[in-house]
Design a protein around this ligand. Structure first.
Ligand SMILES: Cc1cc2nc3c(=O)[nH]c(=O)nc-3n(C[C@H](O)[C@H](O)[C@H](O)COP(=O)(O)O)c2cc1C
Length: 203
């Protein structure tokens, strides 16, 4: 079974809700094996990320989706500890040709969330991965997604920990897009899912 990875940090649960929406989107497209991993502080010992089994697990995935809250205009230190631990994977380019995508959230409408997504895209490029953004033109998309106008990936904005339904929907849509493209790279054409298919399970 084709495997898709989602690796993310979340302290107060917002990014976690986005990750779960991405999982729902993937499931709306078909049956995939999932590696959905929330980075835990316990995995970071003396500043170093220690769960190297996760890195091996991700090496078996067709796509990896990166997620973190935006902290001080970039990915959180916890996510960065994970990313820094991938340097051994990088030396052999063992994640090359996998799809990559990303999601983030912030407490401000423009809290520099784009910087976090740009970092994810850079990380993916260092690994020779293929970055997948959103095909959603702000203001011209009738599907109720991408309310914040980010095409690099999913951006959410929450003032109180409640995730806006449109941001959840955007995350869910990204899940469908990653899953479809995974199938597409395997030569298994997956037509764009009708919005009714992935929207009805958004919440
Ligand atoms: C140390 C720290 C730095 C933060 N920096 C930013 C920031 O630069 N931009 C922003 O929009 N929000 C910022 N926030 C708010 C978080 O991104 C926001 O609360 C987010 O929803 C937390 O995600 P989580 O619930 O998945 O932990 C910051 C929060 C903390 C704790």
């Amino acid at each position: 079974m084709l495997k898709i990875g989602i690796v993310y940090f979340s302290h107060t649960g917002t990014t976690d809700k986005l990750a779960r929406a991405i999982v729902r989107g993937i499931a709306a497209v078909g049956s995939f094996s999932l590696v959905s991993h929330r980075i835990s502080a316990d995995e970071i010992v003396r500043g170093r990320y220690t769960n190297l089994d996760l890195l091996e697990d991700l090496a078996g995935c067709e796509a990896v989706v990166f997620g973190s809250p935006t902290y001080m205009g970039n990915a959180s230190a916890q996510f960065k500890a994970f990313a820094d631990a991938t340097s051994e994977i990088w030396t052999g380019q063992r994640w090359a040709d996998k799809l990559a995508a990303g999601f983030t959230c912030g407490g401000a409408p423009n809290g520099d969330q784009s910087s976090t997504l740009q970092y994810f895209a850079t990380l993916a490029s260092q690994h020779g991965m293929l970055w997948l953004g959103l095909d959603s033109a702000y203001g011209y998309d009738g599907r109720g997604i991408n309310r914040l106008g980010s095409q690099l990936g999913v951006t959410a904005w929450t003032a109180n920990g409640e995730v806006d339904p449109a941001d959840l929907l955007t995350a869910q849509y990204l899940g469908t897009r990653v899953a479809r493209q995974v199938l597409g790279l395997r030569g298994e054409y997956a037509p764009a899912a009708e919005p009714s298919v992935w929207q009805e399970t958004a919440s």
